[in-house]
Each structure stands twice: as C-alpha cells, then as structure tokens.
Ligand binder design. Structure first.
Ligand code: PMP
Length: 439
C-alpha cells in the first residue's frame, strides 16, 4: 500500500477544501486523451485539463523539448538582456497570430496576461498624451483571471466580493446569453447582436467616451458556461471601439490555439482586436506561460514616445519568457502546425456538434451551445440547490463512466483535446446521456 496522503498543507485553489480532508480525486499520469488515477483507472479527458492541453497529454515532442532545455540552461533573465528562445518563441507565436498583431509580451499565465494587457492599454494612451483615458469596460459573466485587474473587469461577483473595491473606473456590459430566444441553436446564435449597442449607449449616457481606455471581452465566454457571441456582435463591438478610439482586447486564454478550429477566435470571427491575451494552449499547459500579442502600432507608440535609452514600459516578471516555457511554446506551435490540429478541430466540429445536440430532449437539458470543439450543456437547476444537478452528473461521469467533464453552476462545459477521435466524442456525450437518462 502506498503512504497515506498528507492533506494538511496544500491549500487547493477554487475548491471546497473541507470536502477533501480525507482525499481528493488524484491523477497520477496522463497520455494523449486520458488521465490515469491513483487507483489505476483510465479517465477520458473531456476538458483538456482546464481547457489547456490542446495537443493531448504529455506530447513526446513537447516533453523532449522541455527536458533538453532544462539540461542546457534552466533560467536566464530577460530584463535588459535575453536568450535566443525568447525571441524564437515570440516569432513562432506571431507566425500564427492575426496579421498586424506582431509584438509579444510574455508572462506566466492568463491572469498575468490580462493584467499586462490592461496596463499596456492604460500606458498606451498616456504615452500618446491621451492620459484622460483611464476607464476599462468588461462584461458580466466575463472571466479574466484572478489578478486585481482581472477580477475588476471580470463580471463574476464571487471572484470579487471578499477583496474590497478593486480597480476604480470599471464598467460592465451585459452578457449576450439569451436562452429564451436562442436555445439549442447550432453554432452562433441568430439573436442578440444588438446587445453590443449597449457599449455605445453606456459611453454616451454614462461616460465621456474620451475617458475610456479599453474594452475587454472573451470572444466566447468560456468558464461561466460557454456563452457564444451572437452573429455580428463582435463586429459591432469592434466598430464602436474604433469610432471612439478605444482599444479592444480579446481574452483568448480559452479560445486560442485551435479551440474553434482556427489559431484564434479572432480569425474565426474575422474581427481583429488590438491585443490578444493567451495562455493555456500556448505551451499545451506543460509549463505555465501566458502572452499578450499586441498590434504593431501600439508597440510603435511606446517606442517613439520614450526618450532614447529609457525603459518604455515599466512592467515584467522574473519569469517573462522563461527558457523552459519558451522551449515548450516553440515545440507546441510546431506540433499544432505539423499535426494540423486546428484544421483537425475544424473538421471534427460538425460531428461534435451533432453529438452535443443528441442530448436535446434528455431529462433536464435546457440548452446546448457549441462551436468548434467547445460545448456547454445547461441543465435545469434544482430549486434552492444551484449547481448541484450538474455536479452530480460530473461525479457520476467520473466514477461510473470514466469521463472527465467540467461544470460551472448547472452548466456542463466540454473542451476536449483537439486530437479527440470520433468514437471518443461518442463516448463523451454517450456517458453524459447515460447519466442524464438515469436521473
Ligand atoms: N482568462 C480566461 C478567459 C480564462 O478562462 C482564464 C482561466 N480559465 C484566465 C483568463 C486566467 O488564466 P490563469 O488561470 O492561467 O491565470
């Protein structure tokens, strides 16, 4: 028998720690589409870890790149110096980014990426002599990580309520989810583009538009339940931002790296933001890394504003462009290209969509929303016990069906690795169907 687990010291994030006093679920190995638990069960990964292992677990090419780099050079600073992989990783990332976005600021995760992007936005207006622009606008049900910037522009009360007022001068648009009109629509909802007009109304009625620095949205809201942008919605946001000189930031921490069948959701929706925040799939989650990909004009503004030989942007992390993360990112982007994983996701999207919609009509299924290889299944809540129905499905999928799904409230969210096979798509949705039928 293995030594009993000491659960006295690790403070589990976003967890009801007291539930796990005896023992949490434990994963001990992972390969391709599967995890292995400590009791030797194989679990099909329907969530790519936390929406991040897009190329499948422990990809040999990524593993080997990290191992080689660890043996060669563990760390090098990037303040006023660098190492070749930092520049190579940025070049690789730009090679798959929308055209015009070609300068990369590296950080360690999505939360740092969001805070970095917000700081770039605020500083950009200042360096151009437009320092009145200090307001930031996010969206209800937006998730932008857990930094003070991210929880401020994010639209989730639970993430903010214990931490005081956070950033001042932040406003939130309403989210565009409208189940009454769009339930079970396939792909993008038909109704709701007009929700974007709220941005212009708020700018004119509540704020002087010349005080607004940036609007930040997830093009597809992931962790609060897969909320898709209605047709034309993002285009409207783009044109309102353009009209008033406001930067548009896409938080693509979930949608980046093939989730929707393109490198970025910006390509999928054909809307180019001024900055993209990414993380997760950037290194296939093998080493933590995030990045902000910035339009050339924004970078140029910093370069031309500051006097020679001064630091243009006072920001950075000890681990900005960490050599192991850079090695992982370069190898991961190679894997995406060599295995054509974004195209593969696009090819499998309609099969995934059909499988998702096969759940329509099963007990308690209130809505199915999908795009690319992401899907949200919203269940009727049990009165007085929000989230408990979906969590029960999660437990049964894990223990009885050998499938890992994710839930947020009473919404099941699925985002498998892009390497998923058709019969695994059947297994994933079939398992959820089995559990729902037995409710
Ligand atoms: N933005 C979005 C859209 C996310 O989904 C997440 C994480 N799920 C983050 C930011 C924060 O990323 P991290 O947890 O890596 O800090």
């Amino acid at each position: 028998m293995s030594t009993p687990l000491n659960t006295e010291h690790f403070w589990m994030p976003f967890s009801a720690n007291r539930q796990f006093k005896s023992k949490p679920r434990l994963m001990v190995a992972a390969e391709g589409m599967h995890y292995t638990t400590d009791d030797g069960r194989k679990i099909l990964d329907g969530t790519a870890g936390l929406w991040c292992v897009n190329a499948g677990h422990s990809h040999p090419k990524i593993v080997s790149a990290i191992q080689q780099q660890a043996a060669k050079m563990d760390f090098a600073p990037t303040f006023q110096m660098g190492h070749p992989l930092a520049f190579e990783a940025a070049t690789a990332l730009v090679s798959i980014s929308p055209s015009g976005l070609n300068r990369v600021f590296f950080c360690n995760d999505g939360s740092e990426g969001v805070d970095t992007a917000l700081k770039i936005a605020l500083a950009y207006h200042r360096v151009r002599g437009d320092g009145m622009r200090h307001r930031l606008i996010g969206r209800e049900r937006g998730y932008h990580g857990v930094g003070f910037g991210g929880i401020s522009v994010g639209g989730i009360a639970g993430n903010r309520k214990h931490f005081g007022p956070a950033l001042p001068a932040v406003d939130h648009l309403r989210h565009p989810l409208n189940i009454a009109k769009n339930a079970f629509s396939r792909g993008l909802p038909e109704h709701g583009a007009e929700m974007a007009d709220e941005l212009e109304q708020r700018l004119l009625a509540l704020h002087d538009p010349s005080t607004v620095a940036a609007v930040i949205v997830e093009p597809l809201q992931g962790s609060t339940g897969v909320i898709l942008p209605p047709k034309g919605y993002l285009q409207k946001l783009r044109s309102i931002c353009d009209k008033y000189g406001i930067l548009l930031i896409f938080d693509e921490v979930i949608t980046g790296f093939g989730r929707l069948g393109n490198a970025f959701a910006a390509d999928h929706f054909d809307v180019v933001p001024d900055m993209i925040v990414c993380a997760k799939g950037l290194t296939n989650a093998a080493v933590p890394m995030g990045a902000v990909i910035v339009k050339q004009e924004i970078h140029d503004a910093f370069m031309s504003a500051a006097p020679e030989n001064t630091i243009e942007f006072f920001h950075g992390y000890t681990y900005t462009a960490h050599p192991l993360a850079c090695a992982a990112a370069i190898a991961t982007i190679d894997v995406y290209k060599e295995q054509k994983l974004f195209e593969r996701a696009a090819d499998h999207a309609s099969y995934f969509e059909d499988a998702a919609h096969s759940l329509k009509g099963l007990p308690f299924v209130k809505d199915v929303r999908n795009l690319g290889l992401v899907c949200g299944i919203e269940l009727e809540s049990i009165p007085g016990k929000p989230g408990s129905r979906a969590f029960d499905v999660f437990l049964k999928c894990f223990w009885e069906q050998g499938v890992l799904i994710r839930t947020t409230g009473d919404i099941i969210a699925l985002s498998p690795p892009l390497i998923i096979e058709k019969q695994q798509i059947d297994q994933l949705f079939g398992s959820i169907a089995n559990v729902l039928k037995a409710q």
